[in-house]
Design a protein around this ligand. Structure first.
Ligand SMILES: Cc1ncc(C[n+]2csc(CCOP(=O)(O)OP(=O)(O)O)c2C)c(N)n1
Length: 391
């Protein structure tokens, strides 16, 4: 029994392969015993490239809020290693259950950036096709995706799909009941679910110390019999290694895994939040020195896997993609108000039909008063024309 519990426990220190200055560090004895392998250089190059592209997308999306093209954007700058590496390690048949924070993940998954931003633009339920992309809509109610992920993983398992469900979740959301129900269900049904908690230290303005008394969020898995781990979330090599092992565990029928990634959100919660009210410049500076992109790029360059020319090429590609996104987001979206009622239920309920009729009547009323205003306007401009001709 004791050894079973030891198997569930996370490493005492977050797993780390690359120090903040980009030098290689030896994994702890516990991490080595778990068999985490330092990834191949090609895998790390792919992660680096996706982070460069993803971060530029993130900056462009933040800029789009300032231009009024996006209603809201929750940036994940700083969390880039957690956004990219877990996605690149997935297989074709796997599913992702993301939150509002995870747009960079969805772009990394290959979903059209405009489709990714559609929900945040406020004009459609979800911009992409969840079935085709094997990606659930970005979830705004906290932690509900933890339950969806467990149920879907169980269904995938029953169909023999050989797939895992990745659930991306924040530290604050681990206080929600749905998080616990999801973990419990996944454990009891041995559903191949991997929960990645991106512990970015704040739930809007609530610091981790006011969120939990647990020494690490990874401990929350043990009570449910879920294997747990913690990782340096700003070390792309460690995140990749730990997530690959978690997927192998879940896919191999050994049950769900909970991974806590220690990271930091560099921007405010969203463009509507003022982060200077609850965190100090010193704290932000300290995390600037932990930047995942600098860390990985330094190692790749030092080891001869990356040079200035390649860096410039990927930067130029990131600029091109940002410019294309800007152009496409400049087009006004065509919004059909009655489409709000589509795709809610397979068969609309009487209440939904009633609400639809109310909106339809309101739209007809608006159209009629717009017509009236136009005819009145035509009249007054006619009068203006008369005045002009009599001057
Ligand atoms: C059920 C529910 N309660 C409250 C909120 C309001 N809310 C939106 S984001 C947020 C903080 C979430 O923090 P965390 O889970 O750490 O995720 P992060 O935003 O840091 O990625 C809260 C309380 C919500 N969206 N859903």
């Amino acid at each position: 029994m004791t050894s079973d519990i030891a198997d569930l426990l996370p490493c005492p220190e977050p797993v780390r392969f690359l120090a903040p200055d980009g030098t290689r560090v030896e994994p702890s004895a516990q991490a080595a015993a778990r068999g985490y392998a330092f990834p191949e250089p090609e895998e790390l190059l792919a992660v680096w490239r996706a982070i460069v592209l993803g971060r530029r997308f993130d900056a462009q999306s933040t800029a789009l809020t300032k231009q009024g093209r996006l209603a809201v954007y929750p940036s994940s700058r700083g969390q880039d290693a957690c956004q990219v590496a877990p996605i690149l390690a997935l297989e074709e048949q796997d599913w992702v259950f993301p939150t509002y924070r995870d747009s960079m993940s969805l772009v990394t998954r290959g979903i059209d950036p405009v489709e990714v931003l559609t929900l945040l633009r406020g004009d459609w339920h979800c911009g992409y096709d969840p079935q085709r992309t094997r990606t659930a809509p970005q979830c705004t109610p906290l932690a509900t995706q933890a339950v969806h992920a467990a149920g879907s993983a169980h269904a995938l398992d029953r169909r023999g799909a050989g797939a895992v469900a990745l659930c991306l979740i924040g530290d604050g959301a681990t206080s929600e009941g749905d998080f616990h129900e999801g973990l419990n269900f996944a454990a009891v049904f041995n559903a191949p679910t991997v929960y990645l908690v991106q512990n970015n230290k704040y739930a809007i303005s609530v610091p981790l110390a006011k969120q939990t008394k647990a020494p690490t969020l990874a401990y929350k898995g043990i009570g449910y019999g879920v294997r747990s781990e913690q990782v340096d979330g700003n070390d792309p090599a460690a995140v990749l290694a730990v997530m690959k092992a978690a997927y192998a565990h879940a896919r191999g029928g050994k049950g769900p895994v909970l991974v806590e990634a220690h990271t930091y959100r560099m921007e405010a919660h969203t463009n509507a939040d003022d982060a200077t009210r609850y965190r100090t410049p010193d704290e932000v500076d300290e995390w600037t020195g932990q930047d995942p992109i600098v860390r990985l790029q330094t190692w790749l360059v030092a080891e001869g896997h990356l040079d200035e020319e390649q860096i410039e090429q990927v930067r130029a590609q990131a600029e091109e993609q940002a410019a294309a996104l800007r152009d496409r987001m400049n087009a006004e979206p065509v919004v059909e108000p009655l489409s709000l009622f589509e795709h809610v239920y397979a068969e609309p309920t009487p209440q939904l039909l009633e609400q639809r009729a109310m909106v339809q009547a309101e739209l007809a009323g608006q159209a009629a008063s717009a017509d009236d205003a136009q005819s009145a306007g035509a009249g007054s401009s006619g009068q203006d024309a008369m005045k002009e001709s009599t001057r």
